[in-house]
Design a protein. Sequence first.
Length: 188
Amino acid sequence: MGNNFVASLIPHDDGAAKHLPGMEMPYVKLAATDGTTVDLRGPGLSVVYAYPRTSPPGGNAIDGWDAIPGARGCTPQSCAFRDHFAELKGLGASHLFGLSTQTTEYQKEAANQLHLPFPLLSDHSLSLAKALSLPTFEAGGFTLLKRLTMIIEDGRIRHVFYPVDPPDKNAEAVIAWLQTNYHSKARG
């Protein structure tokens, strides 16, 4: 498998998220791993990174997972947001959330195992995905979110990172965007 195979695994912008910037968040409540219910229409600045799924503790991925562009990298992405959590808060992020279509019970295991200082949100019913027409894909009999990150300010999507590649650098890209587009605004 040469460089062409590796290049084919890089997600390409298919335009599936171009409608999101400027949209108001819908009235959808999502279960969080900290036991709360979250409404993303609230005040403040929220960073929500959507990821397809975390693998079970045994590491058994869905058959063909490695061949799906952009599918791999959920754990490194979550760990990067964990490692940059304080910096994101310092740049004005009131809330940081991970989002997937996995159940809250499944997500709790990942949140605990990865020692995440922020909750993961479950869109198991696909309510948010449908309301926002989020980009999804099918694998292993599941409907999964394509990897993207939304910057939401006072209930309105200000910016979307899509596609996200590489996943482990997504938190750094969000920090750079906040430093340029939000932090300077908050100071000035």
